[in-house]
Design a protein around this ligand. Sequence first.
Ligand code: PLP
Length: 368
Amino acid sequence: MKPRLFSADPKASYLAAQAEIDAAVARVLASGTYIHGPELAAFERELAAYLGARDAAGVANGTDALELALRALGVGAGDKVATVANTVTATVAAIVATGAQPVFVEVEAQTMLMDAARLAERFAAADGASIKAVIPVHLYGLPCDLAAIVGVARRHGAKVIEDCAQAHGSTFGGRKVGTFGDLAAFSFYPTKNLGALGDAGAIVGNDAALLDRVRALRQYGWHTRYVSDEHGRNSRLDEIQAAILRVRLGRLDRENAHRARLAAAYLTGLAGEPLELPIVPSARSHTWHQFVVRTPQREALKVYLEGEGIHCGVLYPVPVHQQTAYRQEVSLPETERACREVLSLPLHPGVTEADVARVCAAVRAWRV
Ligand SMILES: *Cc1c(COP(=O)(O)O)cnc(C)c1O
């Protein structure tokens, strides 16, 4: 019986750095400081330096990072925020949490990322003037067309918050994503390329006043301890997770390089098969959070691979505009096709090139 393969394996990421992570956790436990201490301050500095941004502020998770970034930019009730519907519901939940309304923009057929031309159309529509912010999602690790999207948003006076939850280290024109918008939101959910062993997130940016505002919003609206200047939240990144993230940040480039080798092996091993394979437009680098193939026979392929011990993911099966909590009557045929066709093959730091060869052989032997 061959070992089973999964599309994510956070325990493998822990075991790969177990001694270092255990030591980091022990250091925090012995320190007596568990919230907002030296580990968080160091992680924030190291993350900002890694990305080439001025500053980063840790928060409790990626959803909070998006919500607090929107609030720091002044987005709230009566405003609209443009994003895509083939994302985790968290992107949309964050918009709704501010009191704003989501506007769903169609995606490009090939990349499945926000289509800048369709975004421009949404700004030109009757309600376009109420769109105060745009959240492009760098889905699966591939950057959106940031030059075009930021250009459209700027022309209409709207803010840009990059959703970088799946794109730690991805670049556009040689520059890391998370440095193009007004603010960027990161999640460090355990399965992300940079993952904690629990919940964590961060807001990244270049504007010191905005980051100050974020730091107030993440702790009860305090600018001065015990005195709230505005209504804030409790959304803190604790010292244990910050210490773990510092270890994992030091390994991120190596792990992303491993992901890139696996993706190259998939692209070679699956060439010529009746599947749509991922493309990487020029001047962008992909960090392969997911390796996503497409076929109208997605369900059949998924069940077949499960029979071979290969467990694949589907990100995401139902577009957000068709979910009960966020339903909207809007025509998004490319988004809906993506949700019907996508399948994530196993790709994470615990996968080997031999595993990829096994998956490719299984896919090549598949007959509809
Ligand atoms: C994971 C993820 C989030 C939410 O992050 P949490 O840490 O789970 O709150 C938001 N957007 C995208 C694209 C994600 O993948």
